[in-house]
Design a protein around this ligand. Structure first.
Ligand SMILES: NC(=O)c1ccc[n+]([C@@H]2O[C@H](COP(=O)([O-])OP(=O)(O)OC[C@H]3O[C@@H](n4cnc5c(N)ncnc54)[C@H](O)[C@@H]3O)[C@@H](O)[C@H]2O)c1
Length: 408
């Protein structure tokens, strides 16, 4: 495929940002069609594309109409979570390569349908988990691959992001999160933290997640927030289902555990808290530090505030372990979104599509990671009971070789 002709479904914050900063500047990629249920969003995106590329894309409010077009080779699905899997399935059945934005699944059957459709249609599919491409996660994964942490035993991650404004103003900004926070109580966004961890632990490639338990706090943050905003007082009587903080513990077949925290409705700074613990050392993203059993050839004596002395010491390992693409990152790539990782993930998608190669984050990853949402919901409903995680590869994980998103 010389030139990739993309369609974009979902022209909200994410769809527009990716269109402008990543897809339009990409080499040999055109946007030939755009779709959103809101026609003003379609018009604005189409006008911007015409302005930048000189040619107006086909515009529609119907995803089906976009998927029926012969001038679309691949689609980015960046719509609301509810339609992610149904649209990805419809797109694959229409023969379109799929780049699916992140979010959680609403049912296990949906996840199996996603896998079945991809296997049956053999359509290229990539789950666009950009955090798998970020420098911190990749540096630590490279160090793990070179054995610096010994046997990796446990990983932690978080999606800790104060989203009260995004959720609270959801009606005004026509944003899908509000209805989800009113109606559901679950780990609704597991993949930014779980994705890079699953890659590191070889999930679906020699290892698999076997089960989870999840607990949540009650819901307090959003209610207080909407009560303090005069334009949101109409939400005062709404009882939000979504708790403030969730902890999910996942067990893996090879003996590791994973701890995820979802934390989106209380005041806090952003972090993904990516942490790797092994028999010989650790990496921690918040302090960007490594700690080894032996440091500078000596068993490290550990005063109570060791972490203050080692803040940012992971930088010393970049020369040797940071992947080449990050060493050569350009200002344009850094600007493209989320500090460069969006550029690298789309570059990987376009490269695999052009060369017919394997997608670095595939349908089995999508199904297993997205499934955490509906399984956490089940666990919470049953007072934190253990829930089994299905094997979406149906046994293939045992022989699938380890594969990182880039050479490490
Ligand atoms: N990877 C990341 O870093 C990242 C960051 C932000 C958002 N996201 C993901 O991107 C997606 C969109 O998030 P957002 O913040 O842009 O939301 P948004 O509400 O601003 O935009 C979603 C758009 O999709 C449209 N839409 C919904 N259903 C549709 C359908 N069936 N057909 C056509 N259009 C439809 C909506 O009208 C809306 O304009 C979500 O899945 C979110 O999880 C990813």
């Amino acid at each position: 495929m010389e030139k990739i002709r993309m369609g974009v479904i979902g022209l909200g914050n994410r769809g527009r940002a990716l269109t402008n900063c990543v897809i339009l500047p990409a080499r040999d990629v055109d946007i030939t069609a755009v779709c959103d249920v809101y026609d003003d969003r379609v018009d604005a995106a189409a006008a911007e594309i015409k302005d930048k590329k000189g040619k107006e894309p086909f515009r529609t409010c119907s995803a089906g109409e976009l998927l029926a077009r012969t001038d679309v080779d691949a689609v980015l699905i960046s719509c609301a979570w509810e339609d992610h899997i149904p649209l990805a399935v419809e797109a694959m059945k229409a023969g379109k390569a799929v780049a699916l934005e992140v979010g959680g699944a609403y049912s296990i059957e949906d996840c199996f349908e996603l896998v079945r459709t991809c296997e049956e249609t053999r359509t290229p599919f990539m789950f666009m988990e950009n955090c798998c491409f970020d420098r911190y996660e990749l540096l630590a994964t490279a160090m793990a691959r070179h054995g610096l942490f010994g046997r990796v035993v446990h990983c932690e991650g978080a999606y800790s992001h104060d989203l009260r404004e995004e959720v609270g103003y959801g009606d005004i900004n026509r944003h899908y999160r509000l209805r989800n926070y009113i109606n559901r109580n679950l780990e609704n966004y597991p993949t930014h933290d779980l994705g890079p961890i699953a890659k590191l632990l070889g999930i679906n490639r020699g290892n698999r997640m076997t089960g989870l338990v999840c607990g949540s706090t009650g819901s307090f943050g959003l209610h207080e927030y909407v009560c303090e905003k005069p334009e949101l007082t109409y939400l005062k009587e709404v009882k939000f289902a979504q708790g403030d903080i969730f902890h999910t513990i996942i067990t893996c077949e090879n003996g590791e555990t994973v701890l995820l925290r979802l934390d989106t409705t209380l005041p806090r700074f952003y972090t993904r808290n990516f942490t790797v613990r092994g028999t010989k050392g650790l990496y921690e993203m918040n302090t960007n530090s490594v700690f080894f059993d032996y440091m500078d050839g000596e068993k490290y004596w550990e005063p109570i505030d060791t972490y203050r002395e080692i803040i940012d010491n992971a930088r010393e390992y970049e020369e040797k372990y940071l992947p080449e693409m990050w060493k050569k990152v350009t200002p344009e790539q850094l600007k493209a979104g989320h500090g460069g990782m969006d550029w690298f993930e789309f570059d990987a998608f376009f490269t695999a599509l052009r060369e017919g190669g394997e997608m670095p984050v595939d349908v089995y990853d999508a199904a297993a990671w997205m499934a955490i949402s509906c399984l956490s919901e089940q666990s919470i409903k049953n007072n934190g009971s253990y829930v089994e995680i299905p094997d979406f590869t149906r046994g293939k994980y045992k022989t699938r070789p380890l594969k990182d998103v880039t050479a490490l």
